[in-house]
Design a protein around this ligand. Structure first.
Ligand code: CTP
Length: 380
């Protein structure tokens, strides 16, 4: 058994989520009254350079030394950290973003709640812990993400917290956030049950323009709730689509150039941009597939690379279903037709054609012809 040097408290999202009856995510612990040396001597591994966080050698859970933070320079990194063993639990909780994230639990299961997080959990308030909220621009995104995550539990952002977040937006500090940070919060928001709330909140907090200038520009003339991208995103959630699919739904009516620009600037994983571009490029042909010939269908399946990777088909077509506001995939005609065509075309026996002595270009042509014939047969 590892002996942890200091008092241990469970903090943050794990407590918030448990009290809300949600599935708990990662468990984060705070250690009061310890030092990096004592943690290392107890067998913990240090991770993170900016402030001391340690991994438990057995559970791999994160233990951070209690610390205070003070803003010194500009930007997300301009913090002065103090993690002396005299830093108290309350001081550590005071530096946190929201009261619902600033509740601690000791080893006996007793809750410590100096900032009334429990009351805010009950009254569904996302409220800042202290005025120091403004010192970290990432919090504007976090608040928007929590609004998306907790919207189904009827949470609302407290008016004073909105005011502080707007102060951050007006200060220009959002520009100091790295692309990775913005992308990470956005990805987490996309996976929530109400990702549209993330974008609505950013707009309310005057953060849409600085964070997503590409989207803000094309969105500025319309009511956000009415935007085709937002509508498609909401249906994508109902269809239980993945984060890249939700993103593709959101940006489906943006230009190819904007999609590339967004993906590049935010350094999104390639699947996000690739899928969005596929939806744009093949969308018109797929949605009209019931009028297509067997040859056109075979070519579409080939271009979507479905013969090597059949999952590509539903990945793209499901986004189109969301764009067309279909609440279920089961009777979506383009999907039914293309799935049937793919199944038929996949039955073509390449080995048999090889046995017939075909190779190279001739083999390729023969496979293509056989696939067209197979698709033709099911279209009749
Ligand atoms: N925290 C903060 N300000 C930040 C980041 C984190 O105050 N910019 C604090 C919050 O108390 C938060 C805790 O650190 O609860 C852990 O952060 P993190 O794991 O990023 O978020 P969680 O709140 O645990 O939520 P989730 O795991 O759902 O992202």
């Amino acid at each position: 058994m590892i002996q942890i040097p200091g008092e241990i408290y469970l903090v943050g999202g794990a407590i918030r989520d448990r009290l809300l009856g949600r599935t708990e995510g990662d468990r984060d612990y705070v250690v009061v009254g310890s030092t990096p040396e004592a943690m290392l001597a107890a067998g913990f591994k240090q991770v993170g350079q900016e402030f001391p966080v340690f991994l438990h050698p057995e559970t791999r859970e994160e233990y951070a030394l209690a610390r205070t933070e003070r803003k010194q320079g500009k930007g997300y990194h301009g913090f002065l950290c103090d993690f002396k063993p005299t830093v108290t639990l309350e001081e550590d909780l005071r530096r946190r973003d929201l009261t619902v994230n600033a509740i601690a639990e000791d080893a006996n299961g007793r809750l410590i709640d100096p900032f009334n997080g429990l009351q805010d959990l009950k009254s569904r308030n996302l409220r800042h812990v202290s005025e120091a909220f403004v010192e970290d621009p990432l919090r504007v995104l976090r608040v928007a993400r929590f609004q998306a995550e907790l919207f189904e539990h009827q949470f609302r952002i407290a008016a004073e917290t909105e005011e502080l977040a707007r102060q951050i937006s007006a200060s220009g500090e959002l520009a100091s956030l790295t692309a990775e940070r913005v992308a990470m919060e956005t990805m987490k928001a996309l996976e929530t049950s109400h990702p549209e709330q993330y974008f609505y909140t950013l707009a309310t907090l005057h953060a849409l323009e600085p964070l997503f200038p590409e989207l803000a520009k094309s969105w500025q003339t319309a009511e956000l709730t009415m935007l085709p991208g937002i509508r498609a995103l909401k249906v994508a959630v109902e269809l239980n689509l993945s984060a890249p699919q939700r993103w593709a739904a959101l940006v489906h009516d943006q230009s190819q150039e904007t999609i590339l620009q967004l993906g590049g600037r935010l350094k999104l994983a390639k699947t996000f941009t690739h899928l969005s571009l596929k939806v744009k490029r093949f969308g018109p042909a797929i949605t009209r597939v019931e009028h297509a010939s067997a040859e056109e269908i075979a070519s579409l399946l080939q271009q979507l690379d479905t013969f090597r990777n059949p999952k590509n088909l539903t990945q793209v077509v499901a986004v189109l279903a969301a764009i067309e506001a279909r609440k279920t995939l089961s009777h979506y005609t383009p999907l039914t037709i293309l799935e049937g065509a793919l199944e038929a075309a996949m039955k073509v026996n390449n080995q048999q054609l090889i046995k017939q002595g075909l190779s190279g270009k001739a083999l390729g042509e023969a496979i293509k012809d056989a696939r067209i014939r197979a698709i033709q047969a099911i279209l009749r």
